[in-house]
Design a protein around this ligand. Structure first.
Ligand code: CTP
Ligand code: MG
Length: 177
């Protein structure tokens, strides 16, 4: 029973730095209101913003900082239990950079599709950061077993929907998605 629980929890613990990276900018945006758009307000050939006001320099840096601090703690904590949760330290920065890139790429695609900032693009909104996090680490460390990828995809989708709904209910987020 305990062993089974651990088997299901370990992949989530492993990917959790991507969650920390993805979720933290929202909380930062609730504290610091004066932020700079990462795309500097620039508009592309289609008359739409490159990324839009939902991706800020401050939010992105805070995501990077939170993700890296969280990963570093997790990395050394797991090694202090003589457990190698990661292949080596490089895996974390790749997961984190992937998560940020996936989030920014998602906004880029949404703007090209004419979807306004804050409006929904199903699947990509919930899992784009995860897909890129897995892709980035897999360039260096080889593919993950496909059952783990599907498992992480499904759980992340559900967790993302529920946490966003929760953030909306407590007034941290303007939209429930
Ligand atoms: N945020 C930020 N910088 C980032 C990512 C997020 O400042 N790199 C903040 C913004 O205040 C953003 C909020 O976190 O509005 C929620 O993030 P997200 O849902 O990804 O952005 P959206 O506003 O929905 O914008 P988009 O439509 O481009 O996804
Ligand atoms: Mg959104």
């Amino acid at each position: 029973m305990l062993e089974e629980l651990i088997i299901y929890l370990l992949p989530l613990l492993w990917i959790s730095p991507a969650y920390a990276t993805n979720a933290s900018p929202l909380f930062f945006s609730n504290i610091i209101k004066d932020r700079r758009a990462l795309d500097l307000g620039k508009i592309l050939w289609d008359g739409k913003r490159i990324l839009g006001d939902g991706k800020t320099a401050e939010g992105t840096l805070f995501g990077l900082f939170t993700g890296l601090s969280y990963f570093t703690s997790l990395y050394y904590l797991s090694s202090s239990f003589n457990y190698n949760l990661y292949e080596n330290f490089l895996e974390g920065p790749l997961i984190i950079m992937g998560a940020i890139t996936g989030d920014l790429f998602g906004s880029f695609i949404k703007r090209r599709l004419g979807i306004e900032r804050g409006e929904m693009l199903p699947i990509f909104d919930q899992t784009g950061f995860l897909i890129f996090a897995i892709l980035f680490r897999s360039f260096a460390f080889g593919p993950l077993p496909y059952d783990i990828v599907i498992y992480l995809f499904l759980i992340t989708f559900i967790v993302h929907v529920l946490t966003n709904l929760g953030a909306f209910k407590i007034g941290v987020k303007e939209k429930p998605f």
